[in-house]
Design a protein around this ligand. Sequence first.
Ligand code: NAG
Ligand code: NAG
Length: 592
Amino acid sequence: MSALRRYLIAAFVIFVFIGLWQQWGANSWRPLPTPGRHPTQAIDKDFFWRTIEHQYPVTTFRPVPTAATDVLPGVQAKFSPESAEQRQIRLSRRAAIKDAFSRSWKAYKEHAWLRDEVTPITGKPVDTFGGWGATLVDSLDTLWIMGLKDEFSFAVEAVSRNVSFVTTKAETINVFETTIRFLGGLLGAYDLSGDARLLSKAVDVGDMLYKAFDTPNHLPVTRWDIHAAARGESQTPHGNTLLAELGSLSMEFSRLSIVSGDPKYYDAVQRISELLAAAQMKTKVPGLWPVVVDPAREDFDVGSDYGLGGMSDSTYEYLPKMAALLGQRTGMYAEMYLRSMEAADRHLFFRPMSPKNDDILFPGNLHASVSDGHVSTKLDPSAGHLTCFVGGMLALGGRTMSNETHVEWAERFTGGCVWAYSSFDRGVMPETMSLTSCPSRSECVWSKPAWHGHVLSAQSASKENDGALLVEAQRLPPSFTKIPDARYILRPEAIESVFIMYRVTGDPSWQDAAWRMWLAIDKMTHTELANSAVWDVNPKSGEDPGKADSMESFWLGETLKYLYLTFSEPDLVSLDDWVFNTEAHPFRRLKR
Ligand SMILES: *[C@@H]1O[C@H](CO)[C@@H](O)[C@H](O)[C@H]1NC(C)=O
Ligand SMILES: *[C@@H]1O[C@H](CO)[C@@H](O)[C@H](O)[C@H]1NC(C)=O
């Protein structure tokens, strides 16, 4: 045998060995993506939204990024090996979450298959998001991640054959919700599984939604009359639009362009981002955009209220996530993120007083008013379950931008939500609440009289009123001054941040926090069929929280997925390779 042939054979053997090792060795415990297992599904040229004429067609597109610009620092911690006992606890917790998922999934399958949601007490189907099977599409990647392969195949088959995005019975479509749930769900499941049927369905959703951008300035109609659009009527964006509904389409549309190769989706959202970037430092509170903006007049400082909670949230969340998705350490998204967090630090972040003087933070709401050209601001120390994503956002942004300050903040924000859960007898935090803020973030000493005083002012009660009596009548936990909305609707944000903190720090105490939160949530929301939203997380002792007979698709798409991942091996959907959209659908990050 010649030396060359020996060399070639040896190289071949090593090559095969590496291939097999990758296939069955290191990763054998997790489902492997299988791109190309299904023949590429040809795009149906006759799909309605691809045939409809656009009145304001875009002719040149911004080029789609195909590779990362930078090598970003790692997001995940180096995990130390677990003991046999730790492993056993972790696996039994994970099994409990998987059981809970299977129960809710079964209820959906039996009572509301192909519809948007199942009602978890009465077992009825309801259509809340266009009737395209929101729970089905939102659950696809969770099925894959949990290794429920047969259910996954069955579900993909159903989406592929039996869900059509040609039309809907709904009068209008919420473009944001459709993007994060349906487009996001299909893209996440496609990125994990490589099943081409999911990509062609995602392109269908993308082409339907792309028609909402057919306006004179190419900004979308966010609450969209899809039937008028189908009739070819001309459309303009609305004057008053919620910031979140305009600013958080970027990840899904960008990923769709990257995987489909069609630049039009990326181009459409990049226009929005460029306008937001240009306006960011010119608002009443430079660095932040208000909750309400006007895409028709391209005015991004219409309202007077600023915050990171509902109605703005994911616009901020998507800034570091876009940088992570596209592999950028500098540039528009990184800059917008850093500027927004500097402003949020100055104007929004507050520390609540707590009996144990916990070192925690929440983002409040800021009201800005202008008189004689002078802007004055007032911070309302309130928070909501929706603001609990902030910890996770800062942890991700802090790691990818190498900013330890952000990672420290992340710990304090996530700790804040864990504290809020534990403040209630039943262990679950409400939808919205107001808190007693400390004068200083660095130092804070608990004071009961100060708390009672804040209760009076938060409730606009007269000084003669007794704060202690209001606290007792409303069962307010220490530091809480008001609970405007006492529901818990199965939301994920607090657990989402706990999951990210666990992956970023490797500290198992976050797993314990998630487990306590899970036990409290399941106890409060468990029904015979599944889990239900509740009216009041803080009822009188011995009384029932009152079930609302509602289970939004994010229960299966987000809450149970983040819990499952918290109790999984840390390289299952590693944050070094994946970034989650705001509906917990993982997209593969571009690499160099
Ligand atoms: C799709 O719908 C047909 C009836 O139109 C039904 O027979 C079939 O079982 C459905 N497939 C799935 C996977 O739901
Ligand atoms: C980290 O973030 C803080 C707050 O946003 C900022 O003031 C600081 O300059 C950042 N540090 C670096 C190294 O970027």
